[in-house]
Design a protein around this ligand. Structure first.
Ligand code: ADP
Ligand code: MG
Length: 237
């Protein structure tokens, strides 16, 4: 993988401490990590090692307690709530383990949601973008269905469409196959791989399943809140 000089995302000495009642948890300590355009990064590690915390910080869903986070070389700590929401909407797509679709909205409306924050985009353009993304994930014929009418695998494909409809700089996925059986998990992984290779989407994925590490171009291992391995893999599956 040809690395550009400028990272898309960059964490410098990032730590995260949770304080609850009398217990203090050091979820992350001294994380130094840069992610470059076009990469498919997989993050693995045992339960509780800080994977979701790391992804939440990368996705601007949480803030570090120490260190700095840069997106496109812009420091995030200076931004207020509204500015962070704008950056999140423009730069980040997020896929969760439990899909997180909105139950009383159709598939079309769920996928359209990130675009409704873009006043400059016409309705016709929004519709074209939504249908294009539904086609990519093979869900065109389900546009008017509700999430409850879909299988888990189909719901996750809709969630993937929603995550990329705004053409974010990076797609972050936290155990996207964790709630799926192996056939549906394989289908979602194939979709992510194709998004990376064909549509050039930069991906950072947390996975508990070592079978899926091979799909990535780079494998990071976390242990006790620290990066213990960071390997560029020569042959992506
Ligand atoms: P993983 O995703 O690798 O299983 P997490 O990032 O969810 O791990 O959690 C890392 C550690 O931080 C765990 O010890 C967890 O209990 C703790 N933790 C995560 N979120 C919170 C929170 N909101 N409040 C308190 N502790 C938390
Ligand atoms: Mg987790």
């Amino acid at each position: 993988m040809k690395k550009k000089d400028k990272p898309l995302l960059s964490l410098e000495g990032v730590g995260k401490t949770f304080q609850t009642d009398k217990i203090q948890t050091n979820a992350l300590s001294d994380i130094n990590l840069s992610i470059y355009e076009g990469e498919f990064v997989a993050i693995a590690g045992p339960s509780g090692c800080g994977k979701s915390t790391l992804l939440s910080i990368l996705g601007l869903l949480d803030t570090p307690t120490s260190g700095r986070y840069f997106i496109n070389e812009q420091p995030m700590e200076k931004l207020d709530h509204a500015a962070l929401a704008r950056v999140r909407n423009a730069e980040i797509g997020f896929v969760f383990q439990d899909f997180n679709l909105i139950g009383d909205m159709t598939v079309f409306e769920n996928v359209e949601l990130p675009l409704t924050h873009r006043p400059a985009m016409s309705r016709a353009e929004r519709k074209a973008r939504v249908m294009e993304c539904l086609a990519v994930v093979g869900m065109t014929d389900r546009a008017e269905h509700f999430p409850a009418q879909l299988s888990g695998g189909q719901q996750q494909r809709v969630a993937v469409a929603r995550s990329v409809v705004g053409r974010p700089s990076v797609l972050l996925a936290d155990e996207p196959t964790g709630n799926l059986d192996s056939a549906n998990g394989d289908a979602v992984m194939k979709l992510l791989s194709e998004l990376n290779t064909k549509q050039k989407v930069t991906i950072c994925m947390v996975t508990h399943d070592s079978r899926y590490m091979g799909a990535a171009s780079r494998a990071i291992r976390l242990f006790d809140g620290k990066i213990v391995a960071d390997d560029v893999q020569v042959a992506a599956a």
